[in-house]
Write a protein that binds this ligand. Sequence first.
Ligand SMILES: [Zn+2]
Ligand SMILES: [Zn+2]
Ligand SMILES: [Zn+2]
Length: 253
Amino acid sequence: MRITFLGTGTSSGVPRIACDCDVCRSTDPRNHRLRCSLLIEHDGRALVIDTPPDLRTQSLRQGLRRLDALLFTHAHADHLYGLDDVRCFRLEEREPLPCYADARTRERIAVVFDYAFRGGHPSSVPQLALHDAETPTTLWGLPVQPIPVLHGRLPVLGYRFGRFAYVTDCSAIPPASMALLGGVEVLVLGALRHREHPTHFNVEQALAAIATIGPRHAWLTHIAHDLDHEATEACLPAQVRLAYDGLSLELEP
Ligand SMILES: [Zn+2]
Ligand SMILES: [Zn+2]
Ligand SMILES: [Zn+2]
């Protein structure tokens, strides 16, 4: 399977609107971060985790031609509000797009995108089928294990696919979820900045979690404008790198 980071930025994206800091003005493309989304390609299918407001730009930039399912981590605006744009995929298909999310996120989708469930034409209204993501499932032979974590006080989901796991907005990983991450070889974990934050791991907290989980490689995502790519990577252990938009990795499932 192949994973591609469609976006690696925090909720505002980087550069941030109306900010003149060094990272926002940087010419290093790795400091240009759209909101977080991950593409997983496996067995000829395309699975996307979260639909940020940048999804249209990300789909065009990536040359994405198909979309077979969506997984959601939670319903915050930076992970959800691009969902309308999925109507441009699958126009010729009769089946609605499977969307896997926890109960809280499914409720939000049904409210925010209420028009999608009233039978509009597929070219103007996304055709969605909501499914429970809280129990493990299999998509095209790919095992999908939900990993419950805390994002401040909000319970959200990360996902494990065999030897790979993706956990973005996270400030605490409960012991049972630590156990679910045991033996994972490649881990993507959110790390906002160096300063502490009430609802996100900072770099130091993410490194501590990575040290406990012990993956062979870890990639940090959901990155704020506080972190310059090159300067931050210089301070990280060799097996931990900062993800960047467009980064693609070929993984054993
Ligand atoms: Zn977020
Ligand atoms: Zn800035
Ligand atoms: Zn969030």
